[in-house]
Design a protein around this ligand. Structure first.
Ligand code: PHE
Length: 500
């Protein structure tokens, strides 16, 4: 079977930027930067990019492109025993996309709702009661929220349509899904900075507090943000690079992607804080009270901020639409990149027909994502998101860097990508790959201690076990079962093709 190819280098770069630039840029970055030293945060952020983001991205590209396969098979080709760790990434990607798709559904709901400003004066009430119909505890599933189900269906159909011909169909939409959020962000920025109060908002975002750099917190946040934002250790970048010819440039591509991702984060910061500044001025609330990250920022605070725009309901509707369209176009390519990572891994391992794999994988994911469309979905999403990002991902990053940095001739990878790349990386790259596990280990330890001291969001310990620790153990077991048992029937080796 001939391997699929990206139509052009640009398609590949755009697809990788699309994956990297997601909700993490729009919602997480501005808040993390603001609460960790403002403008001064850019220093740890760039340090984290240089010492972890760029080296790891280059490593993942090199592994995927050199072995022409997604993470599990590519790592397995390097050393049979490494395959397990590839599956770990794939299983994490699977879990993440099951709830990421539900967030996309919420965004769809708000996008439609913006037409008649359905959130009125109380976005939070609209979000939790009208859209999600949230139940009081994770144990109380109480059926589905119909609006979330509909949004979810739309999301999965869109993902299928985009992925149905693999790189070919992705190549067709990727230009739009990457350009659209940038244009939309610019519209939001222009509106924001011309409002009274915007400058105070931006000042909060950017005013450097160099003293903050002395504490460990800022550095931890910087590494976490870089790691998450570049979609590292989730089998994505490896899968995407595996559809490039073996002799394509690696380092230059990686630098372009990292730069573009950072720019999107920065633009989002301007849009968010400019608008919050205006709201803070008109409502007389101090900005630190409105600058909140995550789900509340997108579905409560920001719609409330849009409500304060001068010009009446029509203006609110337009900018509400622009904001949610930004989130939607930012998030959709991150969503399908996660799905593609799983498809690539499965199709490569069992030499399956790619289209059938696409249908099968999406169906299973859609089914599992239903958990997050129940009325208790928000609780589970919150828990799973926290644990999978703090542990699933960081463990994936550590193991990946340990394997390549310490149990493999790291420099041979550098000797592979340097001759084919425009920019040559020195030995520092090799050393960084060896050092990264230690950096990430510190992150892991800090998260662990915090979670032990105060259980996440105060959920009862049974839920911490099901949605958190148990889930991580399940990821480990599932990866083991796939590698040892299902993967043992490696049809690929007998050269047969199997239908799903
Ligand atoms: N990189 C994406 C963002 O910044 C998030 C993401 C993580 C997407 C993992 C895919 C996989 O929002």
């Amino acid at each position: 079977m001939e391997r699929q190819r990206w139509g052009s280098r640009a398609s590949f770069i755009l697809a990788a930027i699309g994956s990297a630039a997601g909700l993490g840029n729009a919602i997480r970055f501005p808040y993390v930067a603001y609460s960790n030293g403002g403008g001064a945060f850019l220093i740890p952020y760039f340090v984290a990019l240089l010492t972890a983001g760029i080296p790891l991205l280059v490593m993942e590209f090199a592994i995927g492109q050199k072995n022409q396969a997604g993470a599990p098979v590519a790592l397995g080709k390097i050393n049979k025993r490494f395959e397990y760790f590839g599956w770990w990434q794939v299983v994490c990607a699977f879990v993440i996309v099951c709830y990421y798709a539900v967030i996309m559904s919420w965004i769809c709901n708000f996008l439609v709702g913006s037409i008649n400003v359905a959130w009125g004066t109380e976005p939070m009430r609209y979000f939790t009661e009208d859209v999600l119909k949230v139940s009081d505890s994770p144990g109380n599933l109480s059926g589905f929220s119909l609006s979330v189900l509909v949004g979810l269906l739309v999301t999965w159909v869109a993902v299928y349509l985009i992925l149905r011909k693999g790189t070919e169909s992705v190549g067709k939409v990727i230009g739009y899904t990457v350009a659209a959020p940038v244009v939309l962000l610019l519209i939001l920025i222009i509106r924001a900075v011309t409002l009274p109060g915007a400058l105070e908002g931006l000042n909060y975002f950017l005013k450097p507090d160099f003293a903050a750099l002395l504490g460990p917190r800022v550095w931890i946040e910087a590494y976490t943000q870089v790691f998450y934002s570049l979609s590292l250790a989730m089998a994505i970048m490896c899968a995407y690079a595996s559809y490039m010819p073996e002799d394509s440039d690696i380092t230059n591509n990686a630098l372009i992607i990292v730069f573009a991702d950072a720019c999107v984060s920065f633009l989002a910061g301007l849009a968010i804080f400019g608008t919050l500044g205006h709201m803070s001025l008109t409502q007389g609330v101090p900005i630190q009270d409105v600058a909140i990250g995550g789900i509340r920022l997108s579905f409560d605070i920001f719609p409330a901020a849009i409500n304060t725009l001068p010009g009446g309901r029509g203006v609110v509707a337009v900018f509400g639409f622009v904001f949610f369209a930004t989130l939607l176009t930012l998030g959709i390519d991150s969503t399908f990149s996660l799905v593609e990572a799983v498809i690539t891994a499965v199709a490569d391992k069992w030499k399956l027909d790619k289209h059938r794999t696409t249908v099968g994988v999406i169906l299973v994911m859609a089914l599992v994502s239903l958990i997050f469309a129940t009325k208790a979905g928000l609780h589970w999403l919150d828990l799973v998101d926290h644990y999978i990002n703090s542990y699933g991902l960081i463990i994936a990053g550590i193991t990946e860097a340990v394997l390549i940095g310490w149990f493999y001739n790291t420099d041979s990878l550098r000797q592979y990508f340097n001759p084919i790349s425009e920019y040559k990386f020195g030995r520092w790259w090799t050393y960084m790959i060896k050092i990264i596990p230690f950096i990430l280990f510190v992150l892991l330890a800090v998260y662990f201690v915090e979670d032990i001291k105060t259980p996440y969001e105060g959920y009862a310990s049974i839920y911490q076990w099901i949605g958190g620790w148990g889930l991580i153990i399940a990821v480990g077991v599932a990866s083991f079962v796939i590698t040892k048992f299902i993967g043992k029937k490696n049809i690929a080796e007998t050269g047969q093709t199997v239908d799903l």
